[in-house]
Design a protein around this ligand. Sequence first.
Ligand code: UD1
Length: 369
Amino acid sequence: MKKIRIHLIVATRPNFVKAAPLLIQLDKQDWCVVKLIHTGQHYDQNMSKSFFLELNIREPNYFLAEIGVSHAEQTSNVMLGYEKICKEDFPDWTIVIGDVNSTLACSITAKKMNINLAHLESGLRSFDKTMPEEINRIITDSISDLHWAPSMDACENLLREGVDKKKISFVGNIMIDSLKMKLPLIKKLKVYLEYKLVKRKYGVVTLHRPSNVDDLDKLKSIFETLNKISISIPLIIPLHPRTERNLKKIKNLVFLNNKNLILIKSLSYLKFMNLILNSKFVVTDSGGIQEETTYLKIKCFTLRNNTERPITILEGTNELVSVQNIEEKITIYNKLKNVTNIRPKFWDGNSSIRIVKNLYKKIKEKQAK
Ligand code: UD1
């Protein structure tokens, strides 16, 4: 049988974590040949290379360099770059992940070339179209041929939008595949010691959403609040490049002298997950971290008005907070002993196996037609 040609697209930090277990499973199959395409949206040591190394991801077959910064630049440059790749190496299937600009760009390019499109982490919705990611999710899902959903609410969103039931598969959360795979290594580290922190007696903060970090007044008020919180419990903040750059623009950052507010460069996957695992709580605006904390049973305060991952609130450890109420919420939580929660269905480390089985089944069905 002629081997099925697959392109797996990766672009940013969270994509690398989700692609790693899928690539391992796909590479084991004798019915397909997989090319890894890195669009270069995240490219430096901390944001990209360390993830490839720690998650044992093989070298990409194609790498698009310098795609730009603005949404239009990134989307159009990735479309142009990926179109060239497809002309040279026409795949039967393109697999895109998550909701970043490169996901959208490669989806449109593939579909317009009549390449079958599969979307991993399909169906999540924040119902907030001011988020660039929400636009990327909706458009990608509207043209995908296969939808791999991480949770039941995601399946329901897709059905509500009129997606054919036969195209949807509830495969579970693939981020947990990576986390389970690397947990023995993550547990061995003691990253908190490097920063003179005490296990379970510190909070981890990550912020990078445009809605929190692009408006300098808002960013300043968030950091002033964090400064107050850190008087009672130390906070460590691995800085995303977008946040680091914007923080430098704020004048009078007197609180940076506070020893309990530890600002560091963004961390590699293993180090970061170790810091989370041993923390008392996390404050974030990331999507993936809401899920990882639920799996690890660590309290998560999400500094956003909404979440595309409501299951982490319903079944997990997550809670939405605002700049106005976060200090009070953390104070109350710090008096409690621990959180109790369950792990959502199919967050079990086997999502990549379910995905590959589903893809093979669909390919066979198409060939039989
Ligand atoms: C992107 C995604 C977001 C995802 C996040 C994960 C979109 C719309 N946004 O946001 O959904 O949650 O990644 O981190 O696709 N930079 C570096 N080094 C790098 C990568 C980026 O310095 O390796 C700089 C860029 O030059 C840019 C800034 O960081 O100035 C932001 O990067 P960008 O990819 O545009 O968006 P993110 O905010 O990371």
